[in-house]
Design a protein around this ligand. Structure first.
Ligand code: SP5
Ligand code: ZN
Length: 343
């Protein structure tokens, strides 16, 4: 299997996030991608290719155009405003009772207008990394569309929390959603997105919620207890034409392979029934027992079994990297899924 990877991810570095009332170094850091890339090499998964540059038209098909314009100018606006803090972060949001129909000019207000949490910090190299991550997904999608059985988009930053017009949870452009839409625009009648990150892929769900042509399945921690909290319940099945095309599998803290694999089995049955032309896997490995921010109990030996089950679908697959923060093992687990797929 070929991997697509961009060194530009490394410019998105030295970020901060709020944990338990303290501003701490971001868990989503460059070494994550480097550990995965090193494991792709040592396991001889296949060639590692740079991304081809794409314009932003594919991203604008799943994101509001003004949101993409915002992302591309945050850092220059932040600097023009004279802010000297280490990272641009929002601190105010237009929640219930406030006006979301007017977008203020001030960059600190726009950061809140276009986000649902303070989990998507901007530094100098963030936009270049975000753009390259999207290019990685599109380039890998191209490989699958030209006949590869599967490809690995080693995206960083991740994407599945980013919705049509908001960032959050380390995510800016929803790489998996952009790729799914790209497949639709390049010959696929139906696409399934299977999201196995520990956290619910709220952005992907929001983007495709009313559509019948993109099925979305999410295996994740119960939002009653876990981030992103405000989406991801089992009764969210889609709306309008998309009714019945969204499937959530919320699971409690402590979930291990025995129960998790039952959800995977059910999701795979639903993918089979949908008969998509291609499957996009949002590949998060923060389900790992030693993940520092998560509470599932998958073991390294479980990850190849995930890949093996996905292969059994008999469909072309684009793997898109999402979360996973146990930096030492993240390469073993992510590449474990891929080698399990290869068999
Ligand atoms: C792509 C992805 O996996 N995004 C996850 C975003 C999670 N943001 C909330 C993090 C909460 C961290 N809690 C830390 C507990 C440390 N013991
Ligand atoms: Zn996650």
């Amino acid at each position: 299997m070929k991997t697509v990877f961009s060194p530009l991810h490394a410019g998105h570095a030295d970020t901060f996030e709020l944990v338990a009332g303290e501003l701490v170094p971001g868990f989503e850091k460059p070494s994550r991608a480097e550990f995965i890339r090193a494991r792709v090499e040592s396991e001889k998964l296949g060639d590692i290719l740079p991304p081809q540059e794409h314009d932003l038209s594919a991203a604008r098909k799943v994101h509001a155009s003004d949101y993409i314009d915002f992302l591309s100018t945050v850092w220059s606006q932040w600097q023009a405003a004279g802010h000297t803090g280490p990272a641009a972060l929002p601190y105010v949001w237009p929640t219930r009772g406030l006006r979301a129909d007017r977008r203020p000019r001030a960059i600190e207000a726009q950061l809140g207008y276009y986000s649902f949490d303070a989990g998507a910090p901007f530094v100098k190299g963030t936009w270049e990394a975000v753009k390259s991550s999207c290019d990685v997904a599109l380039t890998a999608a191209g490989l699958v569309n030209t006949g590869e059985r599967a490809a690995f988009a080693l995206c960083r930053p991740p994407g599945h929390h980013a919705g049509s017009a908001f960032m959050g949870g380390y995510c800016y452009i929803n790489n998996a959603a952009v790729a799914a839409q790209w497949f639709r625009d390049h010959g696929a009648a139906r696409v399934s997105v299977l999201d196995i990150d520990y956290h619910h892929g709220n952005g992907t769900q929001e983007i495709f919620y009313s559509r019948a042509d993109v099925q979305v399945l999410n295996l994740h921690a119960d939002p009653m207890a876990e981030y992103p909290f405000f989406l991801g319940h089992a009764d969210e099945h889609g709306s309008g034409a998309g009714q019945g095309c969204n499937h959530n599998y919320p699971m409690p803290a402590g979930t291990a392979w025995d129960e998790w694999s039952l959800a995977l089995e059910d999701a795979c049955a639903k993918i089979g029934a949908c008969r998509p032309d291609v499957v996009v896997v949002s590949l998060g490995v923060d389900t790992f027992e030693k993940d520092p921010i998560s509470r599932f109990r998958l073991k390294s030996s479980d990850y190849p079994l995930i890949g093996k089950r996905i292969r059994k679908l008999g469909l072309p697959v684009l793997f898109v990297m999402e979360g996973g923060y146990a930096v030492e093992e993240i390469g073993i687990n992510a590449v474990g899924v891929l080698t399990g797929f290869e068999g």
